[in-house]
Design a protein around this ligand. Structure first.
Ligand code: PMP
Length: 381
């Protein structure tokens, strides 16, 4: 099997599985229990949290909250901050290229009366800094965007946005870091909050974090026993949280090495596909090298995914997490793409352990699928 859908989810690293299994076998206790076993777990969680802060190079003003993943982290940050900052203003700024866990949240906030405005994106899908500058005013309380786009791989200008926001100290800047962590360096201290999902970096599904500045002021959206600084109530999932720290350590320790592999292999795949007439490469040249979006105009993405599946090669249409929703092409639409290019788009997303042999097999299969598709189109004419 050749798995090329790593933007949807990655294979958990063996250290992660080992740690999760050990924790469940020997340290299954509730960290909130007052007895010795509970206290031990609470210590393990504290240690994992401290390690995560270190891996992420966070300064002291930040805290790490364990969540079930970025969808929850984005919801907590955006809903919580909107309510907290309400007395200072009413405007929220984002782009139409965001993941549904951000877009649908800010849209729900709009229904509650917040003024939602979209920052324009450039033709290659980057947040347009001029548009942001024009939209900024004293009523803005929240600006949110992603670091790396999950469908196309664009890397957003986080540093420049953060610089621009320095003139607006009451604005909370939230970044959805899901597709960038461990692969594209980012100084998280430049923002006010940051979301991650462990399963995108070889951790477990149902596991994530929210990194948050201004912890003490955010209004919770989940109420209960007051765990996770009162922001995310519910019995703390120690095995999952400790294993997240293990996944992070693996990514951090190997970041440079992985980056080299991703750039080399990503460019190899891109250059190979570029030679095919009629195929359009949708990901800009400066996109993250591990996400490549291409279109075979005139052929549906689902047909292509099935064609590759027959070769035991697994890639995706635009994005697995939203492909069941009609909004799944919003990112491509925001870039002004034609319907046939959108419908014929597929995403190839690699990870650090892709081998040369796998790439060769992929190339051979690609050629066969290309010929098959050309025949199909000829017969339809
Ligand atoms: N943001 C981005 C950019 C994503 O790619 C995803 C997952 N596809 C999420 C948020 C949500 O992550 P999860 O489904 O793990 O909550």
């Amino acid at each position: 099997m050749i798995y090329l859908d790593n933007a949807a989810t990655t294979k958990p690293h063996e250290d992660v599985i080992k740690s999760y299994t050990q924790m469940n076998q020997h340290y299954f206790f509730n960290p909130n229990s007052p007895h010795g076993a509970g206290i031990k777990i609470a210590h393990l969680i504290d240690k994992a949290r401290k390690n995560i802060k270190q891996y992420l190079n966070l300064n002291d003003k930040f805290d790490v909250i364990f969540t079930s993943g970025a969808t929850e982290s984005n919801n907590i940050a955006l809903q919580g901050m909107a309510q907290t900052k309400k007395r200072f203003g009413n405007t929220i700024l984002t782009t139409k290229m965001e993941h549904p866990s951000v877009l649908e949240t800010v849209r729900a906030l709009e229904e509650q009366g917040f003024n939602l405005k979209y920052i324009n994106t450039t033709a290659d899908g980057k947040l347009d800094l001029n548009s942001l500058e024009k939209l900024l005013n004293d009523d803005v309380i929240l600006v949110t965007c992603m670091h790396v786009n999950n469908i196309m791989g664009q890397v957003q200008p986080i540093e420049e946005i953060s610089k621009m926001l320095e003139a607006y100290p009451k604005v909370h800047f939230h970044v959805d870091g899901v597709q960038g962590f461990g692969k594209i360096p980012l100084d998280i201290n430049l923002m006010d909050s940051y979301s991650l999902s462990a399963h995108k970096f070889h951790g477990l599904k149902g596991s994530g974090i929210l990194v948050l500045n201004q912890l003490r002021s955010i209004k919770p959206i989940i109420f209960g026993g007051g765990q996770e600084y009162g922001i995310r109530s519910g019995t703390v999932n120690a095995p999952v949280n400790v294993s997240l720290a293990k996944a992070m350590r693996f990514m951090q320790e190997n970041c440079e090495q992985h980056r080299k592999v991703l750039y080399a292999k990503g460019s190899e795949i891109r250059s190979f596909i570029e030679n095919y007439e009629g195929i359009v490469i949708n990901s800009p040249t400066d996109a993250a090298p591990y996400i490549l979006n291409i279109s075979f105009p005139g052929v549906k993405g689902e047909v292509l995914v099935n064609a590759f599946s027959k070769f035991d090669i697994y890639l995706s249409t635009t994005s697995a997490c939203s492909s069941k929703k009609s909004s799944h092409n919003e990112t491509l639409k925001a870039m002004g793409m034609s319907n046939s290019r959108i419908e014929g788009s597929i995403r190839i997303s690699i990870t650090y352990d892709i081998t040369e042999e796998q790439i060769e097999t992929f190339k051979e299969a690609f050629n066969k699928v290309y010929i098959e598709v050309k025949e199909l189109l000829k017969n339809e004419l």
